[in-house]
Design a protein around this ligand. Structure first.
Ligand code: SF4
Length: 370
């Protein structure tokens, strides 16, 4: 039987493991293996990106959501939440301020808010594309139709973040209400890929009912999808959800899986998430030292940040954007890294025929065509 060191060496060399090997690696690794994985992930990320850490500015423009995900503080059943929608002017002001501060990627993030249909959103994206031609526009708006994704892409969006949350249908069903569909979530990711977006998927680590089998399925799915970004942070409970009493995901598990993702997908853009900074004061620095290479401070107006809480005790809700970027720069410099101004696209990204063909094949599979 392979030792965990062997498995990590194989992962680094071949960028893939079998389901059984993933389960073995996740279940049997020791603190020594975790340190070793982080060391190898650091070497890999340095080889691809040097000491650069990329900056993305998130504008959380609506906290209204039609869905009721069991883990999320924005779920529609949370009647205690003060709901908001930023006006177009405020949203554009956030981006303008972000640009002055050095951000060259704007992440427009929100719940699945029916008010933001294509008629409302497409002109906003088109305006941002024209106003900030040197910036990447990333959308994180949940599940939409293929036509909608295409219209937003045509208007100038470059990237789309849609966490798959779990690649196990049975686990998905325990995290989401019956009116949400695992198949549709996965279909959306392949649609995005087929259209030509730089795509981000990902999952919570330590979410309720999650097993090593589920995490192995997540890793295999990420390998198949070959996303340009992976958003992965610890599960943190929110008091107004059915999972209020559940335990948070651990720092050790999250860091280890970040290292594994880096070894599997060497050129991936991998954020050290705010959730990681929430469960440990130096969580984001440790995430970078485990192989991450992106940080995502908020550009949301200060007076709204406290209303965009997917989980409890979120950090940085009372800081302004300038303070956030200064703090982040110091944190990265303290570990020998450098925040860079630039779009920070995935290396060698092109919508290329390979990606489109893989996406088309996956869509055919989902439709039962092969
Ligand atoms: S996770 Fe996303 S889709 Fe689900 S309730 Fe929260 S904001 Fe809505």
């Amino acid at each position: 039987m392979s030792t965990t060191h062997d498995l990590l060496a194989r992962l680094e060399a071949e960028h893939a493991l079998s389901h059984r090997d993933w389960v073995g690696l996740i279940e049997n690794r020791t603190p020594d293996d975790e340190s070793h994985a982080a060391e190898r992930a650091r070497a890999v990320v340095r080889g691809v990106f040097g000491d650069a850490v990329y900056l993305r500015g998130i504008v959380e423009f609506t906290n209204v959501c039609k869905n009721d995900c069991l883990y999320c503080g924005l779920r529609r059943s949370n009647a205690g939440l003060r709901r908001y929608r930023l006006s177009d002017d405020v949203l554009l002001d956030c981006c303008r301020r972000g640009y002055e501060l050095g951000f060259r990627t704007f992440v427009l993030q929100g719940g699945e808010d029916l008010r933001f249909d294509d008629e409302r959103l497409v002109p906003v994206v088109a305006f941002l594309r024209e106003r900030f031609p040197d910036c990447a526009i990333t959308l994180s708006l949940g599940e939409r139709s293929h036509e909608s994704y295409q219209a937003l892409f045509d208007a100038g969006a470059n990237r789309y973040l849609l966490r798959h949350e779990t690649a196990s249908p049975a686990h998905y069903a325990r995290l989401h209400p019956g009116d949400m569909s695992f198949e549709h979530r996965i279909r959306c990711l392949w649609d995005l890929k087929g259209i030509g977006y730089q795509v981000g998927a990902g999952m919570m680590v330590g979410s309720p009912f999650q097993t090593a089998d589920d995490l192995a399925a997540d890793m295999l799915f990420l390998h198949e999808l070959q996303p340009q970004m992976v958003g992965m942070g610890p599960f943190v409970p929110h008091h107004a959800t059915p999972f209020a009493g559940e335990r948070a995901g651990t720092l050790a598990d999250t860091l280890f899986l970040l290292s594994c993702v880096r070894l599997m997908l060497p050129g991936v853009l991998l954020p050290a998430t705010t959730a990681l900074g929430t469960i440990a004061p130096d969580g984001r620095e440790r995430g970078i030292l485990a192989g991450a290479n992106v940080v995502m401070p908020s550009l949301t107006p200060q007076e709204r940040r406290g209303d965009y809480l997917l989980y409890d005790n979120k950090i940085c809700v009372s800081d302004d954007s300038a303070a956030c970027i200064g703090c982040m720069r110091r944190r990265m410099e303290s570990i020998g890294r450098r925040l860079v101004v630039g779009r920070g696209d995935a290396p060698g990204f092109g919508a290329g025929a390979g990606a489109r063909e893989r996406a088309a094949a996956a869509c055919r599979r989902l439709e039962g065509g092969e």
